[in-house]
Design a protein around this ligand. Structure first.
Ligand code: NAD
Length: 477
């Protein structure tokens, strides 16, 4: 089935076709999608710019209602959209349905936020003057997203952009146009004025670059790899456009001697391997103290042996396929790298055959890894974890922080003292105690420190820092 881009309130053909394949069954074509061009970006940006004044004037009640409608529709259709998501991206059906539901909650939350935006009335240092501090929309926002959360990440960018009266040009990742298309259809049907929301599908090097370099795009919110993020930040800086980047992670999960072993194993399995390890918040480094090390290795290997890797839509599947052949090859190459570096592959790392041809890969655990190995420093973005032994809490903390990234960090412990110290000293934007490093709430800030993020936080009411500008008014009456 063929799909189109959505520009200036019209569904429009692109200048070619992008074929979307099911990674659980490569014979299954999910659909053919319009491949956009730089001209399509021009048209979408022009429509978004023209729509700005009307969208601002429409008022907060209407904007809140529209966002709420989008949220309710996503929640109502979570099963059907979850099936599409699982089919094109490869995460398991329960994970995919949960992601769609979360996207629905995000839209509903930002419907409320549209009503709550407020300013300040401040006394002037000059008697008789009134000072106001108010927020205004940033303008036309270009949104560029990755493939691993094809509904939730677009939702947490589109919803605040619209809530605060901006207009949007959205470019999804090439691997997941189906979810983007479904989301765009729901948004288009919710009663937005023409041009407020536009979808342009296509390659990053064409559609993405055209958006980043467009003089009428006032801000770019990007989630993806560090390499792409760095290019985008440089291009945006040249024309002084605002950017927000959410990028990679090499997130540590510290397991202390006093941890509940079962909790430790569940946090590690979930964080390292669920969603096929394709989460920026995945626990790709397991830092385990000496007293529990051997017991933990035995217990996690036992648990790994019981994991089912299979078709994303099959009941009972714990881990779906890798997203595509290139990512599968990347995972496989890190298995060779880890072994060459001297780590011991304790389990997994193999290509698997299932009933349907797909990119199946068994979750891999390296033991006797050190923190200076490439497998412990570089983001693999697959179900591959390095287990690093630490003498004690202090050494575990220093290993955890010895990374260029700083997205999420976790600790499993029954010691309040260590839990509190870790929360205060882990160099990460998000810290988890007795929880996997992945899995966050939608109404609070999301983002990292160091090389993981640039700019202000996403989600929750903090999102307005990116999507609004501040105006200070002085009035002598
Ligand atoms: P990617 O950087 O390859 O692509 C992300 C998006 O950027 C895609 O839409 C792509 O088309 C676009 N793009 C590529 N080149 C571009 C260019 N030159 N100009 C403009 N846009 C361009 O990342 P990916 O492979 O889709 O996603 C995986 C990465 O995303 C991982 O590194 C992961 O850690 C990261 N990620 C981060 C978060 C977070 O919130 N920190 C969340 C999810 C994923």
């Amino acid at each position: 089935m063929g799909y189109q881009n959505y520009i200036a309130g019209q569904w429009a053909d692109g200048s070619g076709i992008l074929t979307n394949i099911n990674p659980s069954d490569t014979g299954d074509v999910v659909g053919e999608y319009a491949r956009g061009s730089a001209d399509d970006v021009d048209a979408a940006v022009a429509a978004a710019k023209a729509a700005l004044p009307g969208w601002r004037q429409i008022g907060i009640q209407k904007r809140a209602d529209i966002l709420d409608t989008i949220g309710r529709t996503l929640l109502e259709r979570r099963q059907e959209l979850g099936e599409l998501l699982a089919r094109e991206e490869g995460k398991t059906l329960p994970e995919a349905v949960g992601e769609v539901a979360r996207a629905g909650q995000i839209f509903k939350f930002f419907g409320g936020e549209a009503l709550r935006l407020s300013g300040q009335l401040v006394e002037s240092v000059r008697p008789g003057l009134e000072v106001t501090v108010t927020r205004e929309p940033l303008g036309v926002i270009g949104l560029i997203t990755p493939w691993n959360f094809p509904v939730a990440i677009p939702a947490w960018k589109i919803a605040p952009a619209l809530a605060y009266a901006n207009t949007v040009v959205f470019k999804p990742a090439e691997l997941v146009p189906g979810s983007a298309q479904a989301l765009a259809e729901i948004i288009a049907a919710a009663g937005l004025p023409t041009g407020v929301f536009n979808l342009v599908v296509g390659p990053g090097s064409v559609v993405g670059e055209a958006m980043v370099n467009h003089p009428d795009v006032d801000g770019i919110s990007f989630t993806g790899s560090v390499a792409t993020g760095a290019m985008i930040a440089q291009a945006a800086a040249k024309r002084l456009a605002r950017v927000q980047l959410e990028m990679g992670g090499k997130n540590p999960l510290v397991i202390l001697d006093d941890a509940d072993l079962e909790v430790a194993v569940e946090c590690a399995i979930n964080g390292a391997f669920f969603s096929t390890g394709q989460r920026c918040t995945a626990s790709s480094r397991l830092v385990v103290t000496a007293g529990i090390h051997d017991q933990f290795v035995e217990a996690i290997l036992k648990r790994m042996a019981g994991l089912t890797v299979d078709h994303a839509l099959k009941e009972g599947t714990d881990i779906g396929p890798v997203v595509d052949a290139a990512q599968l090859e990347q995972n496989r190459s890190y298995i060779d790298i880890g072994q060459a570096e001297g780590a011991t592959l304790a389990a997994g790392g193999e290509l698997l055959e299932r009933d349907t041809p797909g990119f199946y890969f068994s979750p891999a655990l390296f033991v006797e890894a050190t923190n200076d190995m490439r497998i412990s420093r570089e983001e693999i973005f697959g179900p591959v974890a390095s287990l690093i032994k630490a003498a004690d809490y202090d050494e575990a903390l220093s290993i955890a922080n010895d990374t260029e990234f700083g997205l999420s960090a976790g600790i499993v412990t029954t010691s309040l003292r260590h839990a509190t110290h870790f929360r205060n000293n882990a160099e990460a934007g998000m810290v988890m105690v007795n929880l996997p490093t992945a899995g966050v709430d939608y109404h609070v800030p999301f983002g990292g420190t160091k090389g993981s993020s640039l700019g202000t936080r996403e989600q929750g009411s903090y999102a307005k820092e990116f999507y609004t500008t501040v105006k200070t008014g002085y009035l002598l009456s």
